[in-house]
Design a protein around this ligand. Structure first.
Ligand SMILES: Cc1cc2nc3c(=O)[nH]c(=O)nc-3n(C[C@H](O)[C@H](O)[C@H](O)COP(=O)(O)OP(=O)(O)OC[C@H]3O[C@@H](n4cnc5c(N)ncnc54)[C@H](O)[C@@H]3O)c2cc1C
Ligand SMILES: NC(=O)c1ccc[n+]([C@@H]2O[C@H](COP(=O)([O-])OP(=O)(O)OC[C@H]3O[C@@H](n4cnc5c(N)ncnc54)[C@H](OP(=O)(O)O)[C@@H]3O)[C@@H](O)[C@H]2O)c1
Length: 386
């Protein structure tokens, strides 16, 4: 992570949450929000494609339950091994230490501090010897769940602090134009919600924190700016093809508004083509009104949509790309940049395969792998996938 100097991982900035609007038009399986944060006073100059790293907080109720389970005093001071200084145990557990994902190191410490025969027998069933099963065990046991499983576990406040890992910051693609909003950062987030193997409903730590359950308007959020290789072309006369399903659309909102801002300042900008995909048109068409505005004023040249669950068969962004293969190839051969943002596991690979097929079929390019490598070197083919 490359960050700007004044505020960084060790010295995060306190951004103020100004607003949080739902991105879904109606109740849907996965809540999504548009967040606006003030970065006034940070002296940051973010650019399109940068990300914001956020330090989430644990829920104070969960922390209280942990303290109750361990019979520890919330106001006791603990020293922070990595950060330096001291904090009360309550604050340290809310802000510094991860209690939702534990480590092998912590479970070894647990083994040394349980006393009942029942707990010792249960401890022996933890699959330490099997990497895959052990990983599943870790993913499915928060500190609170461990305390319920091993009620005889006891330690003092400092020992607890010494054996937990710090909370890792989460990255979010910046969705605002730096020209239009130099003092604000906008984000598009989807709340991560799932059931663990015990059937308990769980939420992602950071997305819960960024949801109405975790923060109120006016609260401050610890964060730092992370610069990226990803961004609009140096020569803004270049066309851009952007493929961003789901939250992958976030940086492209920034790119397109940035081109729009430059256009209204009298600069000549290239054409823009957005491929967006999501579950349902009626509920998950993020930023629909904005795309309409941008289309109407000519800042968004083309918009192609793939709503995967509105019909029997799946329709994905790569199907839309293939449908327009000839024109996509013409744009690329004419010098357009090509961008992908969002899911790394499946979507980005499938979109890249479709791009190769398009260049082969409509661009008369035999060695598409080498062609894409060259585009990458020229910073004309960029991915920001996670
Ligand atoms: C460069 C970059 C840009 C990003 N931009 C955005 C963005 O713009 N918007 C956005 O919303 N996110 C974005 N992300 C993702 C973001 O950083 C977080 O990973 C995401 O918000 C989840 O964080 P969390 O703390 O809520 O979840 P965590 O508490 O970290 O939980 C995630 C974990 O939950 C578990 N899990 C999740 N789903 C399931 C399931 N169905 N079954 C079992 N286990 C499951 C998995 O173990 C997973 O690792 C980006 C990531 C990167 C790297
Ligand atoms: N690391 C993390 O913890 C984390 C957190 C957040 C997001 N992510 C990843 O980032 C991605 C974006 O998240 P999101 O919730 O905003 O998106 P999403 O809603 O899960 O997906 C957006 C659209 O992409 C479709 N899709 C599924 N597989 C695809 C494929 N192979 N090719 C093209 N499109 C495909 C989905 O269709 P269907 O669902 O109908 O198949 C949906 O219509 C997710 O897919 C997720 O894997 C990871």
């Amino acid at each position: 992570m490359e960050s700007t100097t004044l505020y960084n991982h060790r010295n995060p900035f306190l951004a103020t949450l100004l607003s949080r609007l739902p991105l879904c038009h109606e109740k849907c399986e996965r809540d999504a929000y548009h967040l606006v944060m003030s970065i006034r006073g940070s002296h940051w100059h973010y650019t399109c494609g940068d990300s914001l790293a956020i330090f989430p907080k644990n829920s104070s109720e969960e922390v209280s339950q942990v303290l109750q389970g361990l019979q520890l005093n919330a106001s006791e001071q603990v020293s922070l091994p990595k950060e330096g200084g001291t904090k009360t145990l309550q604050i340290a557990l809310e802000e510094i230490f991860c209690i939702t994902h534990l480590t092998k190191h912590f479970l070894e410490f647990l083994g040394q501090n349980i006393s009942s025969q029942e707990d010792i027998s249960r401890y022996r069933t933890i699959p330490f010897g099997d990497t895959k099963d052990f990983e599943i065990f870790l993913k499915n046991h928060t500190l609170l769940q461990i305390l319920e499983l091993f009620p005889s576990f006891r330690c003092n406040s400092q020992e607890l602090a010494d054996h937990l890992c710090p909370i890792a910051p989460r990255l979010y693609s910046i969705a605002s134009s730096p020209t239009l909003f130099p003092d604000e950062i906008h984000l598009a987030i989807v709340i991560v919600r799932y059931r663990d193997i015990h059937g308990s409903e769980r939420q992602g730590l950071s997305t819960r924190y960024l949801s109405p359950q975790g923060t109120r308007i006016g609260d401050t959020i610890r964060c730092f700016l992370v610069h990226s290789h990803f961004g609009i072309p140096e020569d803004i006369r270049r066309d851009m093809i952007m493929v961003g399903p789901g939250t992958g659309v976030a940086p492209f909102r920034s790119f397109i508004w940035e081109y729009a801002a430059k256009r209204s300042a009298g600069e000549k900008t290239g054409r823009t083509w957005l491929f967006f995909g999501s579950h349902h048109r009626h509920s998950n068409f993020y930023y629909e009104e904005e795309w309409n505005t941008l289309m109407a004023n000519g800042s968004l040249t083309h918009l192609d949509l793939a709503f995967s669950r509105d019909q029997e068969e799946k329709i994905y962004v790569q199907h839309k790309l293939l449908e327009h293969g000839l024109e996509v190839a013409q744009w690329i051969l004419g010098g357009a940049n090509f961008y992908i943002c969002g899911d790394a596991a499946f979507m980005a690979k499938d979109v890249e395969a479709a791009l190769g097929q398009i260049l082969f079929e409509h661009g008369s390019i035999q060695d598409t792998k080498t062609y894409l490598q060259t585009m990458r070197k020229e910073k004309r083919y960029m991915k920001d996938v996670y």
